[in-house]
Ligand binder design. Structure first.
Ligand SMILES: CC(C)(COP(=O)(O)OP(=O)(O)OC[C@H]1O[C@@H](n2cnc3c(N)ncnc32)[C@H](O)[C@@H]1OP(=O)(O)O)[C@@H](O)C(=O)NCCC(=O)NCCS
Length: 237
């Protein structure tokens, strides 16, 4: 248990370049506080102390602005950066080395008591304000762009952006977890709209080239036709 808690604290240094020392992380990282309190609430929940578990979770939400249901399963080295507004539902399952930013919701779309929240596999990064709804699976090593709404399964090693979320990159390449987190590339998330406009511009350019070629061909044919008419006239005379 101690090693898991130590990892929970250490991970803040790996994933947040602003983290300077242990004291700072222990006193001013709401994501770390919420995770430590969740580990405690989760144990209470599974030992049958459900009301107390809910109370600890509520207290954690009051202190950190992060709501993690005590029934949610969270893997190792989980990191919530900034944290405010994060909501993680009861039947969510989160793997190892996952990072969430502020405002992320792992929510349900069903009112039945069933698996109704997402499963987030290892090494996934979910950008600020993204919403993942229902019992979907976000495959390992994937990235969800800020503000996306994901309502369908996400294959492994892909990048999803937009509302509803669409896979815009999926190279199928397994990445090293640490490198994967270092290469956040928030500023280089693909823009599907810009990509479509780019494709359209390319298509128009190709059409323009074809029209020019046809124009040139027609000009040539007309010149030849004129020469032939001229030649026939000369021959008749
Ligand atoms: C919008 C909503 C009510 C739709 O439910 P539904 O009628 O069952 O719709 P479906 O799941 O059949 O999806 C229909 C289409 O809408 C899209 N869609 C569903 N929810 C969407 C959303 N929130 N945003 C954008 N598109 C959405 C689906 O991709 C699907 O598109 P497709 O037909 O091209 O494949 C539901 O998805 C939703 O957002 N519920 C809110 C849940 C919530 O906020 N929970 C928070 C718990 S903390």
């Amino acid at each position: 248990m101690w090693s898991i808690l130590k990892e929970d604290v250490r991970v803040a240094f790996e994933r947040d370049p602003a983290a300077r020392n242990l004291f700072e992380v222990l006193v001013s990282y709401p994501g770390v506080h919420a995770l430590l309190l969740h580990r405690f609430a989760y144990r209470l929940w599974h030992r049958g102390w459900r009301n107390l578990a809910r109370f600890v979770s509520h207290l954690s939400r009051f202190l950190t602005g992060i709501e993690i249901h005590p029934g949610a399963t969270v893997g190792r080295r989980f990191f919530i950066d900034h944290g405010m507004g994060v909501v993680i539902g009861e039947t969510s399952q989160i793997g190892d080395d996952v990072t969430l930013y502020q405002g992320v919701t792992l929510g349900g779309i069903s009112l039945r008591r069933e698996k109704r929240h997402p499963t987030v596999e290892d090494c996934v990064i979910i950008g600020a304000g993204a919403i993942v709804l229902g019992p979907v699976v976000v495959g390992r090593n994937s990235k969800i762009g800020s503000g996306s709404v994901v309502v369908k399964d996400v294959p492994e090693n892909s990048t999803v952006v937009g509302v509803p979320g669409k896979v815009v990159e999926g190279d199928g390449v397994h990445r090293d977890p640490v490198e994967h987190h270092i290469a956040l590339d928030h500023d280089r998330l693909p823009d599907p709209m810009a990509k479509s406009l780019g494709n359209l511009a390319e298509y128009i350019q190709r059409l323009e080239q074809r029209v020019n070629d046809l124009d040139a061909k027609q000009g040539g044919l007309e010149a030849r036709h004129r020469e032939e008419v001229e030649e026939t006239r000369r021959y008749r005379n």
